[in-house]
Design a protein around this ligand. Sequence first.
Ligand code: LHQ
Length: 264
Amino acid sequence: MSDSQTCVLFALEDGVARIVLNRPDQLNAITVGMHQRLSDILDEIEASADLRVVLLTGAGRGFCAGQDLGERPVEQEGPLDLGESIELRYNPLIRRLARLPVPLVCAVNGVAAGAGAALALMGDMVIAAQSASFILSFAKIGLMPDCGISWLLPRLIGQPRALGMAMTGERISAARAQEWGLIWQCAPDDDFIEHVEALVSLLAAAPTQGIMAARNAIRQSWSRDFDAQLDIERDGQRRLGHTHDYREGVSAFRQKRRPQFRGL
Ligand code: LHQ
């Protein structure tokens, strides 16, 4: 496989799409080539009929160190248009991740910095190894948070903590991230992979339409009032009441057996 393929590894099996950022020597810092590869992978994921969950993680000791700064020739004279890179590559990537039709699990195996922290926090469920950390390193290089993180962070952890992270670039440990409600779970390093696989298996066997309706309702509640949300819940239950998985869930409960959800 060429570098353009190996910079991000991808496998789709039994309804689980696994994406591994794979430039471990650079802590999986993101290059233009990785953007292209991620775009191709998302094409494949979006076209997949029997998808149930997407897992995003990193190879080696880092999750992702954000934009590859080796690709930023700041020594050159003339204007640098960072907005172009955001418009053409980062924002489309973030929008596609936000619109995935199945749950996105981000398994943060190590440091997640800059756009890498933003990528990690795009997960519907974020599980981090105890030795992992989150850094808004934009503060260290004269930039501001991007990839939607200035919108997401105050909603997740409140304005004082969001401002603290954004203005100091302080490293936030996985344990603190869990305590703050920034992530779902901090798991011990020794059995991190087991925790990740258990979560992935649980979501792959879940009633996909129901949990995605929950995901969408909860995420979109931020821009709705309470009254509108009640209507959304009514419409969602009405639709879900027609699914295979609702009938299966109730039948399995009444027959005292494990449900066999199909995501339908
Ligand atoms: C790296 C990187 C890296 C290249 C570590 N690039 N090599 C979006 C679009 C448009 C414009 C601009 O920005 C953005 C969004 C962004 O993401 S901006 C933020 C960019 N990222 C950063 O500023 C983080 C830079 N990295 C770090 O601060 C540290 O490496 C962290 C705190 C992540 C980890 O520190 P350490 O654990 O001490 O590791 P290290 O610094 O020794 O890094 C290990 C290697 O990885 C090293 O290479 P070397 O050849 O010396 O072993 C680093 O150069 C390389 N690396 N981040 N972003």
